[in-house]
Design a protein around this ligand. Sequence first.
Ligand code: F3S
Length: 277
Amino acid sequence: MGFCFGVRRAIEILEKAAVEHGRLETLGPAVHNQRVIAKLAGMGIRVAESLADLQGDIIAISSHGAHPKVLEEIETRRLRLIDTTCPIVHSAQMAAKGLAEADFSVIVFGDAHHPEVKGILGWAGERGMAVLDEQAIAEFDRLPHKLGLLSQTTQSSDRFARFAKKLIDLVIAQGSELRLINTICDVTRKRQMAALKLAGNVDLMVVVGGRNSANTQRLAEICSTTGVETHLVEEAGEIEPGWLQFHHHIGVTAGASTPDEAINEVILALENLTRDR
Ligand code: F3S
């Protein structure tokens, strides 16, 4: 649990750049965790909401990657680019680009509002679309002749598999061609499996991470599917002593953008609350 290699790498690049350049800006939050953003702000790293909101001339792309039009604008404006796109997200972007160039319409199984998905859709060309709801498949009356399917890197592999199976049935019924590229991040997949296993062996799960972090939300969803009581907390202060009543085995997991300090504080708080029982 805690920082994945992509987030750790992005933060290291940003910290090094802050030392080198003094001040710089990230396009949107570098990671979906307030504590990390506050620490970076202390080093002179400001969050710019958009390119129009930019105050300086050094811009960093987050680990979620960016739409190719954003990269073009950065080049046109001759801004200095610091690219912290996670290599796994970059592979998903290149998969989308390859499919679009081979004349495939691309479906990205993911949240259309998430920055990573917006970026991948940009590489998927004009005919890219994001879908997250399995029911939406039933609404496709006529599929494109050539269809590509990939996933937001942090989606649950089970949900992606269910979605893909439904789509395959429709593709076969309609005589289309489907090319599926599994772009789920293996780090995420392994953590989800570990969280699921842990949730099956405890009577209370605490998931630590940002509420706006897709992979943290996914961990909480996955733990809940086991039927175990699950709470998502951003910090130790959110733990309610009442949750611990009648629970004897507590599991803790954390999202890929959760710093170690936040995890350690939650564990300490849980230990203190359960010590004298
Ligand atoms: Fe990259 Fe996977 Fe982390 S896509 S940012 S290593 S969750």
